[in-house]
Design a protein. Structure first.
Length: 573
């Protein structure tokens, strides 16, 4: 049933006849608007995460005008609300430190302003989950506009993938196989346009998950940012936001356990970023949907990697788009999906993909011809990670999926960076590199340090992968036998803090096991003598973050934001 104008949330600001509404309307007139433009019309807040130092979102200055065009065409009134821009390449120590801050800002922007619904503009890694987390908690009609991937890179006629090929060629440069001049040439060719990474890194993973959760228009997440289809999609997104407001179609009406099951199947089939695990758990907890690491591992055992994209495969997001994009992929796994799950356009996921096609079955492969027969993300448990840890087996050397070797422990990132390329480093290809104090509190913010660099002396010997374990994350564009998100983290006294150089660590990915060859009593004795690192956050946001952030297996959300804890609407005075 369509809402009446007096039922709009913004009516309390602009539609009533009292002194405060007079003030609100007069200030809108002050900006040059006419009564007819905003009174009695759906007001759409456009949460725009553009900034002048965010290459993933650099086109949002133009794209927001396309969104506005669609809103006005549908009879709504657009209001642009600038929000924190989390530029993945530029923000230190990590954008993950600020994901929760953007989630809070999104929620409060929508709550405090006369907004009936929202268009959420994002794409760079932590922006997508942050915007969705805030919108889920606010629970007014909201639709997500993905930034879109950049164009494929090029160097000397070779196609380059952002991130994945950086790591690969950096290893070759460290080994002495690429010159400084060649490296500089590559630097100018690997990122050729605005848009987020064009591999199946964290950005592409999270926008695809937003679509599979039902938060975007069909196919929106696959469109390259510079493609003319992208501004058309932006305009259609603005138009849909108005329709959603009249229909009162909110996140709570869209999200269900089936939505998250679809997202898990998507994550595994795409060979998605391990970062997605933390964000999916956080989103589910915001939505009040039970989801834990056991559910994620179950999905991994059921769904193989069927999309041939870097870093698990060889192709890039442009190839994926031309091959049929996310709708094409979802159509190939329809038997594994909850097709009755709702989406923002009022249709079910099944209805949205009913006519989808695949145009290149080397990029989007059938279930019986996967890129990798097992799932994209394995969840391991053991005495080193009682609350779990994760790994992307599809991006690792198969010989390391069952491995035992001595630990080489780095107490923090700075120690690792200072030691890793020493010629006298006591390390072999069988050594297990361990990084401590890089988790949610220890980082702070759980930086993407989990793809520990390989020691120079081993690179020169031809070694290109080895087992690495940390309580950090790694970039979704990264690859290698990296075990991540060890929980609880070492900085708060998790078992990882007890590991010392020379301890034997055993990993069995097939059986989902990880352990250090120590007894429970030995671990307890070491932890009894352990002292936390001398680090404090005496003020500001870091102080709040360290005291309220959850662990990786909990989604790293703040304890006071977890779940559907109601917040009253603002009073109009």
């Amino acid at each position: 049933m369509k809402k009446k104008p007096e039922e709009l949330r913004s009516h309390r600001w602009f539609g009533v006849q009292d002194l405060r509404a007079f003030g609100h309307r007069s200030r809108m007139l002050q900006m040059g608007y006419r009564h007819e433009e905003f009174v009695g019309k759906p007001i759409v807040g456009i949460v725009n995460t553009w900034s002048g130092i965010n290459p993933c979102h650099f086109h949002f200055q133009a794209r927001v005008e396309d969104v506005k065009r669609g809103i006005i065409q549908a009879g709504g009134f657009p209001v642009e609300l600038p929000a924190l821009s989390l530029s993945e390449p530029m923000v230190k120590p990590t954008t993950m430190l600020y994901r929760n801050l953007l989630a809070m800002e999104t929620e409060e922007l929508l709550r405090s302003h006369p907004i009936d619904g929202a268009v959420l503009m994002g794409g760079c890694d932590k922006t997508t989950p942050a915007l969705l987390m805030g919108a889920i908690s606010m629970d007014i009609p909201a639709i997500f506009l993905p930034a879109g991937p950049m164009l494929r890179g090029n160097w000397k006629g070779k196609v380059l993938g952002s991130g994945s090929d950086v790591w690969k060629y950096w290893a070759e440069k460290t080994a002495g196989n690429i010159s400084d001049a060649q490296w500089k040439e590559m630097e100018a060719g690997i990122a050729r346009s605005f848009g987020h990474c064009m591999t199946m890194g964290t950005a592409s993973t999270l926008t695809a998950l937003a679509e599979s959760l039902g938060f975007t228009l069909p196919g929106a997440s696959s469109i390259p940012a510079p493609d003319a289809s992208h501004p058309r999609m932006a305009s259609a997104t603005g138009e849909m936001a108005v329709e959603m407001i009249w229909s009162d179609r909110k996140p709570s009406d869209i999200l269900s356990r089936g939505s998250f099951d679809n997202a898990l199947m998507t994550q595994m089939g795409l060979g998605g970023s391990t970062n997605a695990i933390i964000h999916l758990i956080a989103l589910a907890r915001r939505a009040g949907v039970p989801l834990d690491l056991a559910d994620i591992d179950e999905a991994s055992r059921e769904m193989p990697v069927t999309v041939n994209l870097q870093p698990s495969g060889s192709k890039l997001m442009e190839d994926f788009y031309y091959a049929g994009g996310l709708p094409g992929f979802l159509s190939t796994i329809r038997d594994k999906l909850k097709l009755d799950a709702a989406t923002v356009n009022g249709r079910t996921l099944g209805e949205n993909i009913a006519d989808a096609e695949v145009y290149d079955d080397d990029v989007i492969r059938p279930l019986n011809r996967p890129v990798y027969a097992a799932g994209a993300t394995a969840v391991l448990f053991g005495n080193l990670a009682p609350e779990g840890c994760v790994m992307k087996p599809s991006a690792a050397d198969p010989r390391l999926l069952r491995h035992e070797g001595p630990a080489l422990v780095f107490r923090d990132y700075n120690e690792m960076a200072a030691q890793i390329n020493r010629d006298d480093l006591d390390v072999t290809a069988d050594t297990v590199l361990v990084l401590q104090n890089a988790g949610p509190v220890g980082g702070p913010g759980m930086p993407e340090w989990g793809m520990l660099p390989l020691p120079k002396k081993l690179l020169e010997q031809g070694v290109r992968d080895m087992l690495r374990i940390s309580d950090a994350r790694m970039s979704g564009t990264s690859y290698g036998a990296c075990i991540l998100h060890v929980s609880p983290e070492s900085h708060i006294g998790g078992p990882l803090a007890a590991v010392r150089t020379g301890d034997i660590i055993s990993v069995d990915v097939e059986n989902r096991q990880i352990e250090v060859k120590l007894t429970d009593a030995e671990i307890a004795a070491r932890l009894a003598e352990w002292q936390p690192p001398d680090r404090d956050y005496p003020r500001g946001y870091n102080h709040m973050f360290a005291r309220h952030v959850g662990q990786a297996h909990e989604g790293c959300d703040f304890d006071f934001l977890d779940g559907r804890k109601g917040v009253p609407e603002p009073e109009i005075h």
